[in-house]
Design a protein around this ligand. Structure first.
Ligand code: ZN
Length: 109
């Protein structure tokens, strides 16, 4: 039993690779690739690689449909993470001292 989805890249079927060639002589086609679903790209591990055969196909999809994707999850205001900023004295490998900025996230429980 084969468990797969078709790659969602809008131009997947236009890439000239041997593994996309299907059909018999005289009526051959380039076909969209299958993306196998397995333990590493399904369930809790679902990711872009669950739906796209390659980074290129993902980029093609994202660039083609970016307005629709953003419309689903619009960001209308900035997000903020509470932090504490402190200056900390540290030392280089040669024992010379310097001040560095330390940023720690405030844990709001
Ligand atoms: Zn693809």
């Amino acid at each position: 039993m084969s468990n797969f989805v078709w790659c969602h890249g809008p131009s997947c079927h236009k890439s000239h690779t041997q593994d996309r060639i299907r059909g018999v002589k005289g009526s051959k086609v380039l076909r969209t690739k299958k993306v196998q679903q397995h333990a590493f790209n399904s369930g809790e591990r679902t990711s872009m690689y669950s739906y796209f055969c390659s980074q290129g196909c993902y980029n093609d999809f994202a660039n083609t449909y970016v307005r629709e994707v953003i419309a689903l999850h619009p960001r209308t205001e900035a997000l903020e993470t509470p932090i504490n900023v402190t200056k900390v004295q540290d030392t280089y490998w040669n024992n010379q001292t310097y001040m560095r900025t330390e940023i720690k996230t405030v844990d709001n429980g």
